[in-house]
Every structure is written in C-alpha cells, then in structure tokens.
Design a protein around this ligand. Structure first.
Ligand code: C2E
Ligand code: C2E
Ligand code: C2E
Length: 84
C-alpha cells in the first residue's frame, strides 16, 4: 500500500518545464501525464506519490534518494511546501 513519507515530494512545474528535455525528459512527461489524469492543469506545483517516485527512479537507474538528489541539483523540488 501507500505510506506517509517523511516529507512530500512536490515538483515546481515552471522550473521543470524550463529544463532541457535531455536531462529530466522522463520527469517532464510523467508530470504532464499526472496532470492529465488528475485534471490538474492550473497548478504551479504538483505533489507526486511516493510509489511513483520509486518507479520513476528505476527509469533513471537510481534509488529514490538518488532521484531526489538529482531533482534537488536541478532545483526542481519545492523545498518547503506552502502550508495554509
Ligand atoms: P483524481 O486526482 O482525479 O485522479 C484520478 C485517477 O488518476 C486516480 O484514481 C488514479 O488512477 C490516477 N492518478 C491521479 N494521480 C495519480 C498519481 O499521482 N499517480 C498515479 N499512479 N495515478 C494517479 P484513484 O487512485 O482511484 O483516485 C481517485 C481520486 O481519489 C483521485 O482523483 C483523488 O481525488 C483522490 N485521491 C487518491 N489518492 C489521493 C491522494 O494521495 N491525495 C489526494 N489529495 N487525493 C487522492
Ligand atoms: P491548497 O490547494 O490550498 O491545499 C491546502 C492543503 O489542504 C494541502 O496542503 C492539503 O493538506 C489539503 N488538501 C487540499 N486538497 C486536498 C484534497 O483533495 N485531499 C486532501 N487529502 N487534502 C487536500 P499541501 O498538500 O501541503 O499543499 C499546499 C498547497 O500546494 C496547496 O494549497 C496547493 O496550492 C499546492 N499544491 C500541492 N500539491 C499540489 C498539486 O498536486 N496540484 C496543485 N495544483 N497544487 C498543489
Ligand atoms: P502519497 O501516495 O505519497 O501521495 C503524496 C501526495 O501526492 C498526496 O498528498 C497528494 O498531494 C498527491 N497525490 C497522490 N495521488 C493523488 C491522486 O490520485 N490525485 C491527486 N489529486 N493527488 C494525489 P496527500 O493528499 O497529503 O496524501 C498523503 C498520503 O496519504 C499519500 O502519500 C498516501 O500515502 C495517503 N493517501 C491519501 N489519500 C489516499 C487515497 O485515496 N488512497 C490511498 N491508498 N492513500 C492515500
């Protein structure tokens, strides 16, 4: 099943779309696909499932932590999600 992680993975969509497709193209395609499934087109950020992060890491031949590191290097993660 899905578990509550230590912290939520939240992607900065504007930043992601600015990147050249050769680096994080799979993440860009994944994010567009999730937006489509949720009908969530107007957000500036996208929260992704921990389960999906694990699957996406396999595409990059990385561990989930390794993918988080790569996303952090490219400044694609929202460090502190805005709380209401
Ligand atoms: P929704 O957001 O409109 O998503 C519709 C369906 O698209 C989901 O059905 C799921 O099959 C797929 N989907 C959407 N986002 C993702 C994703 O990030 N990863 C994957 N693998 N599939 C995704 P599902 O799972 O039966 O969920 C039905 C509805 O329940 C969702 O509609 C949403 O409103 C809500 N929901 C489910 N899980 C969560 C969650 O973790 N957080 C929130 N806020 N809502 C959730
Ligand atoms: P927001 O849309 O005003 O949501 C505020 C908080 O209400 C969310 O904090 C979450 O804890 C809760 N919440 C809102 N909608 C749902 C829902 O459908 N189901 C459940 N279970 N909880 C819900 P969170 O997750 O920290 O998000 C903070 C803000 O970041 C959100 O404010 C929204 O503006 C943005 N955000 C985060 N993830 C997404 C995303 O996947 N898509 C979009 N469009 N915005 C997101
Ligand atoms: P998670 O599965 O790691 O999902 C992390 C965040 O991705 C969710 O935070 C939500 O913002 C977003 N998300 C995931 N799936 C969907 C979806 O289908 N539709 C939409 N609109 N957003 C989605 P959130 O809502 O604060 O949930 C935190 C955790 O609570 C989730 O972590 C998951 O472990 C659990 N959870 C929440 N709702 C559901 C649900 O309907 N079904 C299941 N199996 N678990 C859920």
């Amino acid at each position: 099943g899905r578990h509550e992680g230590a912290s939520k993975v939240v992607i900065d969509l504007e930043r992601l779309e600015q990147l050249p497709g050769d680096e994080l193209g799979a993440v860009q395609r994944f994010a567009r696909s999730i937006q489509q499934q949720r009908g969530d087109y107007n957000g500036r950020v996208l929260s992704i499932r921990a389960d999906d992060l694990r699957t996406l890491a396999i595409v990059f031949d990385l561990s989930p932590a390794g993918l988080i590191e790569k996303l952090t290097e490219w400044n694609v993660l929202v460090a502190t999600p805005i709380r209401p």
